[in-house]
Structure formats: structure tokens, C-alpha cells
Design a protein around this ligand. Structure first.
Ligand SMILES: Nc1ncnc2c1ncn2[C@@H]1O[C@H](COP(=O)(O)OP(=O)(O)OP(=O)(O)O)[C@@H](O)[C@H]1O
Length: 657
């Protein structure tokens, strides 16, 4: 019997099945939305549907190989795993068949009628609004199967789960519903009939399919056979059929045999990605522990990067047998942007997924792999700072999580960390910062906030700029947390410029003019009587709204700003905690710093000198505080009172009628 005939026999149409056993079901709303996108969008790279279906077929074989370790009867007498692709030109059908784990009735409903992957709703939100949706991310969301509707006007799946005698058929035109009916299939596994649209007949051409399979699926570790439907070239049972792909696991092949294209194709398969990898780490350890790892860093952030589960999702194989892709044992959460496979020679094939966590070999692999990953990042940083900069821009925020959760590797991570700063357009390292520190500078200064542009405008930066003192600009939410755990780098403490005293009087100004200027601005030296009385007045007028008022040496252009107390929380951290209801609204007092050289402050000081002026100072005092709050990104404490005060002062400044 020819292979085609064999496949046809396995895959009998459901015509004989009683119609009354048929059930029509609606797709989950999200699937419908997604299918609409697939059916109606003009996506330039439609070839990927074949990769997705072959990828699923390979995963199905991997799953059965694993299940059969403990239940060999599941695969008994079924021969080797294989994926068959056949063409029926007359009927315009492309069929992808596998002898993997298969799906039962409920699996078909659950896997092909819903989308389980988190982030799908957000993804749909993003692409639905676009004129021309970017579907290049589809694979990431576990929606790979649905991509067949880019080329199909209907899809029919016949599947039989290993260990079960029943087969089921699932059929849909992608328009809101699908039909399920009983079917028959000789072998466990799945066949997918893609009934091609009129404009997708190219996928009936064997040479076209061969090219796509070689490009995208050569690394697939299950042999793929292409049956071109041509009786002349059809092989008989005596001939040994030749797979289109190499069929061996890519990671065990010698590095010298693997082209960059092959790495990319494998990365796209294993990470469900569509971009090129930003870094490839292919390493083999032999000795105390033996494992091979083929890991990749994507160029773009996957949509689920900040998913609360923080799972690394590196696939674990034992001696080429797939064990699990849902583990967080092989790499720490802060390296979850690495995608790929780890294959161990030392683990037992019988290891259960639940046992991975306690396993000492797994723990040793994790340790070695984490060190290896960090060393590879350092190597890239040393050799190619542009490439490393791009990796950092995409994944630095994740890597920084390691600064507070992995104390042992903190020095290595601090060396890898990159920052924006007041003194550079690009990224800098802490070594760069240390090299530019002033002679008598004792701390590494930083300011935190939500976005770079706003942070760059912080009034608290003014005095540091005037003295040419570099300040790190930190905008990732994680920054507040690692800074609370990491005290210093090479004995230099990290210090927020929005907390406590500024230290600026200890720092040399950048030039003699600035020297004169800053000395002039040095509040502690001035002891200007008028400013002192203004400070006393402000303290009394603002009462408990602030913990103190003082003359500032960190302001040069702005009249006033808020700073946290020395032992208080950094302003930005306090705001984050308050937003998350982690802090009582009134918990922390803040200090109002005023700029004694600002004309507004001088005018207020002058006004304060007379009794009548003092009585009229209340509005200005409140407005000054609200102004400082606004500069911090907060609103005025009482917007109505703020508007009324502002109106009164504006009125005073306008010519009377
Ligand atoms: N050939 C197949 N054999 C067995 N199960 C399959 C097959 N194809 C799809 N499935 C099941 O359907 C599910 C959904 O497939 P789909 O390609 O949409 O997403 P996925 O493969 O889970 O996602 P991804 O691979 O992108 O993480 C799969 O997880 C798998 O359980």
C-alpha cells in the first residue's frame, strides 16, 4: 500500500456517521475575533501557517513520547513518530498528519475552540484597532492553529487520542462556529485537512511546500514526509521514504553544522516568535553534570513578559525526550526572557514533572546555566555594546529583578546593569559613572520616576546640573525595589536626589562662574534674615501639610520643590505604594525646599516683612506648595481651592476695570 493510501485509510471522512451525532458549537468570543482577523487580513507571510501546524504535530509526538515512558502501551506497535504532508490537488486539500498524542472530544473543544494563553485579550485589543494588523505575534499566544484560516476556507481536523478507540472530527469555516462529529481513524494522532482558498493554491505545489518546510521546519526532531501526490514519484512500500528535514534534535548537532538560518528557524519554533534572535547561547557541559542548552534571547519583548507568574518556560528534555515546558526550575524568573531547550543526560527519563523542583541535578543545572547566561551577557556587553544595549532596552527591567532576589550574583548583575543619565544620550554602566564622579563625591546619585522625559525635568536635578554632577535617571517600576536592597556599588552608596539633604555644598562647582553662582546660592551660608522669616511664615501657614521648610541648594530655576526626609521614603516610591494602597495617605511628611535666589521667593520674603503683607501671604504659600506637588506629578491637594487662589492672584495682577 502506498503511503498516501495508508494516510487516506487512517483518515476516513465522516460521511457515514449519523448526522444526529453532530453538534455545532460557537467559538469563544476571543477566538471569533481572532479568526475574523485571520480570515480577513492580508498578511504578507502566510507561509507560517504550515510551520505552526508542523510545530503542533511535533509537539504532539513529543507529548506522546513522554507519556509512553510510563505507559508504553499507548504507543505499542505504532512504529516511529512521523509527520506526513500530502496534497490532494483535485480537492484543493493540504493534509498534515501526525501519529502523536491526539485529541479526544473534550480536547478538541478546549484546544480548538478557546484560547488559553494569557495576554491574548491584550493582543487582540492591540491588533484589532489597526488598519493593517501586525499578525507577526500570533504564535506567541497559542493561536498557531488558527493561522491556518489565513489560507483556508475551511479546516477539518480528525483526531484520535492515544489510549482511546474513538476518533472525532472537528470542522469549521472560521465564521463563528464549528461542528463536531464522531469519526474513525486507525491510528492515534491527528490529521488536519486545510481546504485552500482560491488565492492559496500555491500550497498545493510540492516544490513550494518543500522550500517552506526546509526553511522553517528542518530542525523539527520528528521526520517530515512530503507526499507530492504524483503517482510517478510516489514511493512504494519497499522504498525507504526520505524525510524533507534532518529529523535529529538541532541542539545535539555540531555547532559547525548549524547555519544562522537554522538557529533562527528553531528559535521561532521553540519561542513561538517571528523575529530574529538577539543572542544565541548554544552550550554543552560535560563533567560533573552533563547537559546541552540551546537558548535564545528574542529581539522583542514577548507580550507575557510581565505576566505575574514570571515563568521562564525553557523546555526540558532528557536524552532527547521532551519532559516539560512549564517549569520554573531551569532558570530564575529574572532570566525568563531566555527561550529554548535544555537537554540533560543525567536525569532519569522517568522523572515526573512534579519532582523537578526537588531534584539536585536540576538544581545544579540551574546554577550552571544561570552563571553561563550571565557570562554570555557580559561577553556580549564587552564585545558589542550596541547589541547589548538593544538587549538591555528590551529586557533590562527584567534582569534588574535579579538585583534584589539574587544576592549572590548581585555584583555580576550590577556590572551588567545599564542606565540613562544626565550625562549621556545612550546607556552607561556603573563603571562609566564611577569614572566621571567628582573628586569629593561620595555617592551615586539617582532620581526615579515614571518616564524619562518627566524625570529629566525634575527640579531637584537643577543644582546637580549646575555643578556638573551626574545623576542616574531610573524609570522602571522595579528600580525602587532593587534600590531598597542594594546599598552600594564598589563602596559608593546609592542616593536619591529627592530624599534628605542634597550634599551639594560638598561638591565642587564646574567652573569659577558657577562657583560664584553656587556659593551665592548656598542656602546654609546665606542666613538671609528675610528668607529665614519667610521660612518661619511658611511653616506656620502650611502647618501639618509639610514636615519642614528649608532653603535649597538643589534648585537654580524653580521656586520650590518637595523632598523626602532623610529616613523617609523616596518620593516616587511613596507614590507607587500609595497607588497600591500600601501606604496611609498621610503617612509621610515632606520637606518643602525653597530657592532663595528665585524672584518669586525674594518677592514673597519681601512681602513677609510687613504685617499687612504677611496677612496676604496665605494664598501664595498654598500655591507654592501646590506648584511643588504638580512638579512631582501629583495634583494640587484641593483643586477647587487651588483654582480660587489662582483666580484671586491673577485678578490682583490685572489692571482694575
Ligand atoms: N496536531 C496536534 N495534535 C495534538 N494536539 C494538538 C495538535 N494541534 C493542536 N493541538 C492542541 O491544540 C492546542 C492549541 O494549538 P495552537 O497551535 O492553537 O496553540 P499552541 O500550540 O498551544 O500554542 P503555542 O504552540 O503557540 O504555544 C495545542 O496546545 C494542543 O493541545
Amino acid at each position: 500500500m502506498t503511503r498516501q493510501a495508508q494516510i487516506d485509510r487512517d483518515h476516513q471522512p465522516a460521511a457515514e456517521k449519523p448526522k444526529n451525532n453532530e453538534e455545532r458549537r460557537g467559538f469563544e468570543a476571543e477566538v471569533s475575533r481572532l479568526l475574523k482577523l485571520m480570515v480577513h487580513s492580508v498578511y504578507s507571510d502566510r507561509d507560517i501557517f504550515l510551520r505552526e501546524l508542523v510545530s503542533n504535530a511535533c509537539d504532539a509526538c513529543d507529548k506522546l513520547r513522554y507519556e509512553a515512558l510510563t505507559k508504553p502501551e499507548l504507543q505499542a506497535g505504532e512504529g516511529d513518530f512521523a509527520i506526513h504532508i500530502s496534497i490532494d490537488k483535485k480537492a484543493s486539500i493540504l493534509r498534515i498528519s501526525d501519529n502523536g498524542i491526539g485529541m479526544d472530544h473534550d480536547d478538541l473543544i478546549n484546544h480548538l475552540g478557546t484560547i488559553a494563553r494569557s495576554g491574548t485579550a491584550a493582543f487582540l485589543e492591540k491588533v484589532s484597532g489597526d488598519q493593517k494588523p501586525d499578525l507577526s505575534l500570533i504564535g506567541q499566544f497559542g493561536v498557531g492553529f488558527y493561522s491556518s484560516f489565513m489560507v483556508a476556507d475551511s479546516v477539518r481536523v480528525i483526531s484520535r487520542k492515544a489510549g482511546s478507540a474513538d476518533a472525532w472530527e472537528w470542522e469549521s469555516d472560521g465564521e463563528g462556529s464549528y461542528v463536531m462529529r464522531p469519526a474513525s481513524r486507525d491510528q492515534h494522532g491527528t490529521s488536519i485537512d486545510v481546504h485552500l482558498k482560491a488565492d492559496a493554491k500555491e500550497y498545493l505545489e510540492p516544490s513550494r511546500l518543500r522550500t517552506i518546510l526546509q526553511r522553517y521546519s528542518d530542525h523539527i526532531s520528528v521526520p517530515i514526509y512530503l507526499d507530492d501526490g504524483d503517482p510517478k514519484s510516489d514511493q512504494t512500500a519497499d522504498e525507504t521514504p526520505k524525510p524533507v528535514n534532518d529529523g535529529s534534535a538541532l541542539w545535539v548537532r555540531p555547532k559547525s553544522d548549524i547555519t544562522p538560518d537554522l538557529y533562527t528557524a528553531f528559535y521561532q519554533h521553540v519561542a513561538h516568535a517571528h523575529d530574529e534572535p538577539a543572542l544565541v547561547l548554544h552550550t554543552k557541559a560535560e563533567g560533573v553534570i552533563s547537559y546541552t542548552a540551546l537558548l535564545f534571547i528574542p529581539q522583542n519583548r514577548p507580550m507575557d513578559l510581565f505576566d505575574p507568574a514570571r515563568k521562564p518556560r525553557v523546555k526540558l528534555y532528557v536524552k532527547r525526550v521532551f519532559i516539560s515546558d512549564d517549569n520554573d526550575e531551569l532558570l530564575p524568573g529574572y532570566l525568563r526572557f531566555f527561550k529554548g531547550v535544555v537537554d540533560s543526560e543525567d536525569l532519569s527519563l522517568n522523572i515526573s514533572r512534579e519532582m523537578l523542583q526537588q531534584n539536585p541535578v536540576v538544581r545544579r543545572i540551574r546554577k550552571a546555566l544561570t552563571n553561563k547566561a550571565l557570562a554570555e551577557l557580559q561577553k556580549t556587553a564587552d564585545k558589542d555594546s550596541d547589541r547589548y544595549g538593544k538587549i538591555w532596552d528590551a529586557f533590562g527591567a527584567v534582569l534588574k529583578e535579579g538585583l534584589y532576589e539574587d544576592a549572590d550574583r548581585r555584583p555580576a548583575l550590577l556590572k551588567l546593569a545599564r542606565f540613562r543619565s544626565t550625562h549621556a544620550d545612550g546607556l552607561i554602566s556603573l563603571a562609566d559613572y564611577l569614572g566621571r564622579m567628582k573628586d569629593n563625591q561620595k555617592a551615586i546619585y539617582y532620581v526615579t520616576g515614571n518616564d524619562l522625559a518627566a524625570v529629566r525635568r525634575s527640579p531637584q536635578l537643577e543644582g546637580f546640573r549646575a555643578r556638573d554632577v551626574e545623576v542616574l535617571l531610573l524609570c522602571d517600576p522595579v528600580d525602587e525595589f532593587w534600590l531598597s536592597a542594594v546599598n552600594a556599588y564598589e563602596d559608593k552608596p546609592f542616593k536619591s536626589i529627592t530624599r534628605g539633604g542634597s550634599d551639594l555644598k560638598d561638591l565642587e562647582p564646574k567652573d569659577p562662574t558657577a562657583d560664584a553662582e553656587t556659593k551665592d546660592k548656598d542656602a546654609s551660608d546665606r542666613h538671609d534674615a528675610a528668607i529665614d522669616s519667610l521660612i518661619t511664615a511658611l511653616k506656620s501657614l502650611l502647618g501639618t501639610q509639610i514636615s519642614d521648610v528649608r532653603s535649597s541648594d538643589r534648585l537654580t530655576q524653580t521656586a520650590a520643590c518637595l523632598v523626602a526626609e532623610d529616613n523617609g521614603l523616596d518620593l516616587h516610591l511613596e507614590r507607587i505604594l500609595r497607588q497600591h494602597q500600601q501606604l496611609d495617605q498621610m503617612a509621610m511628611g515632606k520637606i518643602l525646599e525653597i530657592n532663595p535666589d528665585h524672584s518669586l521667593i525674594k518677592a514673597m520674603a519681601a512681602q513677609c516683612a510687613s504685617k499687612e503683607g504677611y496677612d496676604r501671604l496665605a494664598d501664595s504659600a498654598e500655591l507654592l506648595l501646590d506648584q511643588a506637588r504638580i512638579l512631582e506629578g501629583e495634583g494640587p491637594s484641593d483643586p477647587t481651592a487651588f483654582a480660587q487662589r489662582l483666580a484671586r492672584l491673577m485678578e490682583q495682577g490685572l489692571p482694575s476695570q
